[in-house]
Design a binder for this molecule. Structure first.
Ligand SMILES: Cc1ncc(COP(=O)(O)O)c(C=O)c1O
Length: 378
């Protein structure tokens, strides 16, 4: 059996009529940039996430740096974030001209460790960017407390956790801005690139709307800005998909529960940890080999058996060659958990259209791995 890592075509096939109808509506409207479909999707998104304003932009990376710029972050300002995240989180801090301060993660959830954040705060710190890694919210109450104590902005990097929530908090409830990515492989993804921000702050909404459109809110009148808009065709795809996101998240959660039950006795692996009461939407189902030396051999074995596994992310930000390339960066404290995660992570196939038979085959292949290192038992 072959188990793919992504199910983009399956998803499209399953809802072809809805997507095609929206695309056709855009094509026939004659309005493709900042047109009615974008306005409709922004309104639907704001209502779904419970925010006053939602703004579609070109991609998730732009969403982050547009948020930083709208909040006034500048050269010399420090922004604390995960050392273990997709590269774009740190990249966006540098694009905004600020200093990325990389801190360690919690060893169980891989989300920001609030104690490490607190230790990293200096007089230059202006913001914290918790990443809701793999689909689980960072501990936002602890992070908000630190932000309040030191007067910091909080910008959530929600590229991986659309439709997640904490135990007693919703995404966006405890921050200034939420940023997300709609690249195809995300839980809510378009056929290409896209992104969005949402916020309750009117000045951030106004600023980002101008920044994304060459600094303009009125024809021929500009201030400094960029071009980063969500095209109406993508908005049409996302509008159709938004109606399914709750069911898709539930299916991801069910697949994760099946993996976790099936792999419970697999002593050479650590399985994902869900904080009690959190809605972890499993953008990725990431296991770790207890012995990092096993990882690459295990990955090769899975692929050879037809299970398309991947790594997210095998190189932490500060371990990238040439880091920090003349950009401003600071490592705050030891990054042992982030480094262990990079050395031992493996993502098993995870998407809503995955069948139970494919999940069971994957479990069977994982459990049958004969070559795990001595000192761990199968
Ligand atoms: C955690 C995280 N932040 C930011 C991004 C950047 O999003 P994009 O690729 O849409 O620029 C991604 C994904 O790509 C991501 O996973």
């Amino acid at each position: 059996m072959k188990v793919p890592f992504y199910g983009h075509q399956r998803q499209y096939t399953g809802m072809k009529a809805e997507i095609d109808a929206n695309l056709q509506a855009v094509l026939e409207s004659g309005q493709y940039v900042q047109g009615p479909m974008l306005k409709r999707f922004e309104a639907e998104l704001a209502s779904y996430v419970g925010a006053k304003y939602a703004i579609g932009v070109g991609n998730g990376t732009d969403a982050l740096w547009l948020a930083f710029m709208a909040l006034g972050l500048d050269a010399g300002d420090e922004v604390i974030t995960n050392a273990n995240t997709f590269f774009a989180t740190a990249e966006a801090i540098w694009i905004a001209g600020a200093t990325a301060v990389l801190v360690d993660c919690d060893p169980l959830t891989k989300c920001l460790d609030p104690a490490a954040v607190r230790r990293a705060v200096t007089r230059r710190t202006k913001a914290i960017v918790p990443v809701h890694l793999y689909g689980q919210c960072a501990p936002m109450r602890d992070i908000r407390k630190i932000a309040d104590e030191f007067g910091l902005f909080v910008i959530e990097d929600n590229a991986q956790a659309f439709d997640a929530r904490g135990d007693d908090f919703a995404i966006g409830e405890l921050s200034d801005v939420v940023c997300t990515s709609f690249i195809i492989q995300k839980n809510l993804g378009t056929f290409g690139d896209g992104g969005a921000l949402w916020t309750n702050l009117a000045y951030v909404n106004d600023k980002v709307r101008k920044l994304r459109n060459h600094g303009s809110s009125k024809r021929d009148v500009h201030s400094f800005g960029f071009n980063s808009r969500l095209d109406d065709l993508h908005a049409g795809v996302l509008s159709a998909k938004l109606r399914h996101i709750r069911a898709w998240s539930d299916r991801r959660i069910a697949i994760a529960a099946r993996y976790t039950a099936g792999l419970q006795d697999c002593a050479f692996l650590d399985l994902p940890h869900v904080r009690p009461g959190y809605r972890h939407v499993f953008h990725l189902y990431v296991v770790e080999t207890k012995n990092p030396a096993d990882r690459n051999r295990f990955l090769d074995y899975l692929v050879a058996q037809g299970v398309d596994a991947k790594t997210h992310y095998s190189v932490a930000i500060h371990q990238q060659e040439g880091f920090p390339w003349g950009k401003d960066a600071r490592l705050a404290g030891p990054l042992v958990h982030a480094e262990k995660n990079a050395a031992s992570c493996i993502s098993l196939p995870m998407f809503p259209e995955l069948t139970d038979a494919e999940v069971d085959y994957t479990i069977q292949v994982v459990k049958a791995w004969p070559q795990h290192s001595a000192g761990t038992k199968a």
